[in-house]
Design a protein around this ligand. Structure first.
Ligand SMILES: [Fe+2]
Length: 377
């Protein structure tokens, strides 16, 4: 058993107002490069950081599902600027891009040369990750996901030196997050927790983080969606739940839900959390025979008390479908995915590195079955 989260974590309401003090506590007079997206600039969140570091160079062109070409362009800028520290401010896309740009800053080549585990020769620059969504937990994981737009493939670039040095996690940054993004990123976090708790690689350590994250997310996501501005307790719970779900799946793995979501995301640019949310209950139905007891345990955390594990698990799956409906997550039929693409999606899902971790063995025909079931309901 191996468990690692080397990131130094600062968590709390209003923590972003202390970013200067935190950066100076960890680095000696560093020059910074801020990686973010246009939405974060427009929301005014970037000003909370830039106000404390006037004159900092900014790259704000990170898109949803960051492209290899964008990361390579920002990498070139980082090589010229030679900063000491990269700040990744935003959702998973901005933080993942920041981690890959930090790698390119210290290593020659393009980001596609580093696909896989530990392909870098020199450790990347230190990253300060500041999440503004409640989903990916990229602030505490060693992976950066970048889409290769020619191969239509989501590359994983990872390694022990790619954990952010510092995670600055401020639940108040969720206040300006639009409800549809609270819904989709929150469902991504819920998927992380459920998959981390049920994959083959789960350990007693990842179970601790997965169980507590489930407890936090299940009891706060709907509240956060309905009233993020006023409900300080809910936004704190969902931010904690998202972060520690990352510690869980980062040290175990994700399973078939993420395999399908990444396949769909690479072909259609579907938001990652929406794709996860759409397929989560159907993958759970498929996995049920292999992990009935685990699902019953999660059901109990959600307040479902049933002596029979099968009944408890079925009720949990219904509760998750109902939650997605309450959160107004789009239906599969509304994602614009053509049925004739199902074989390609199934094949890509099967090829995903996390497929072997799924608790029940899933072949191409199983993925096809899950896609068709999800589409028919
Ligand atoms: Fe995810």
């Amino acid at each position: 058993m191996r468990f690692q989260v080397p990131t130094r974590i600062y968590f709390g309401s209003g923590m972003v107002s202390r970013i200067k003090e935190i950066v100076e506590e960890n680095f000696t007079r560093p020059t910074l490069f801020l990686v973010t997206d246009k939405g974060i600039i427009d929301s005014g969140i970037a000003d909370k950081v830039l106000g404390q570091f006037p004159g900092t160079q900014v790259f704000d062109e990170v898109e949803q599902n960051p492209k290899h070409t964008t990361v390579n362009r920002a990498g070139e800028i980082a090589r010229k600027l030679k900063p000491d520290v990269i700040i990744g401010l935003g959702g998973g896309s901005a933080m993942d891009a920041a981690k890959s740009i930090a790698l390119l800053a210290t290593n020659p080549g393009a980001i596609e040369d580093f696909e896989g585990k530990g392909k870098y020769k020199t450790p990347p620059l230190p990253v300060v990750a500041v999440p503004t969504t409640c989903g990916t937990a990229s602030e505490v994981t060693w992976v950066s996901v970048v889409t290769h737009t020619e191969r239509l493939f989501k590359m994983s670039i990872k390694g022990p030196a790619m954990f952010p040095a510092v995670a600055l996690v401020d639940p108040d940054l969720l206040i300006t997050l639009p409800p549809p993004l609270i819904a989709s990123t929150g469902m991504d976090a819920l998927t992380h927790a459920i998959e981390a708790y049920t994959v083959k690689a789960a350990t007693f350590m990842t179970d601790i983080f997965a169980r507590e994250s489930l407890n936090l997310i299940i009891h706060s996501l709907e509240r956060a969606y309905r009233n993020i501005k006023e409900d300080r307790e809910a936004r704190t719970m969902i931010m904690k739940g998202s972060m520690i779900a990352g510690m869980a799946f980062g040290n175990s793995d994700v399973g078939a839900v993420h395999c399908i979501a990444e396949a769909v995301g690479s072909l259609y640019d579907t938001p990652h959390g929406v794709a996860n949310s759409v397929f989560l209950p159907y993958v759970m139905e498929f996995n049920l025979p292999a992990v009935k007891r685990r699902y019953a345990e999660i059901a109990l955390l959600a307040g479902i008390e049933e002596a029979d594990e099968e009944t408890a698990a079925q009720k949990l799956i219904r509760l998750i479908k109902e939650l997605a409906r309450i959160l107004n997550i789009p239906a599969f039929q509304d994602l614009g995915i053509e049925k004739d693409k199902f074989p390609e999606i199934a094949e890509k899902s099967f090829q995903n590195n996390s497929n072997p971790s799924n608790p029940r063995e899933a072949g191409v025909s199983d993925y096809l079955g899950i896609l068709e079931k999800a589409y028919s309901e």
